[in-house]
Design a binder for this molecule. Sequence first.
Ligand code: NI
Length: 163
Amino acid sequence: MSILKILKYPDPRLRTVAENVIKFDKSLLNLSEDMLETMYAENGIGLAATQIDIHLRLVVIDISEERDDPMVFVNPVVTVIDNKSLVPCEEGCLSIPGASVEVTRPDKIRLNWLDIDGEHHEASPEGLLAVCIQHEIDHLEGKLLVDYLSPLKRARLKDKATK
Ligand code: NI
């Protein structure tokens, strides 16, 4: 396994829209293991392949206190069940070190994904997992936390990031 380099805002490659995974082979398994190792090394709770400049719909997450519950989501799709149940949360991002942005997202969602063997799963995550998976799917779409800021605050953050 190896620790991969994480792209940092405002690197334009973070704006790439990722493609569906279609090959479930050893290299996908290796990639997900490298992503988990990278996430743990950086003390993150989630990492999207986009952030390591691989533009496939692959996400790893671990929201456990003990850091012993690695989850891998391939081609994750979120469907909002109730778009009135919105919950605000302060989010950080390994690609924007030091930033903390309040984002309001739906809390009642359905999540469909494939595991590393290509098996289909469905769940209704809530709380931190619901927030985290939506944050990571944003990455797969080329969307970043800064997009939730006002233009003024975004400009300030970009200034800081490029200094
Ligand atoms: Ni992020």
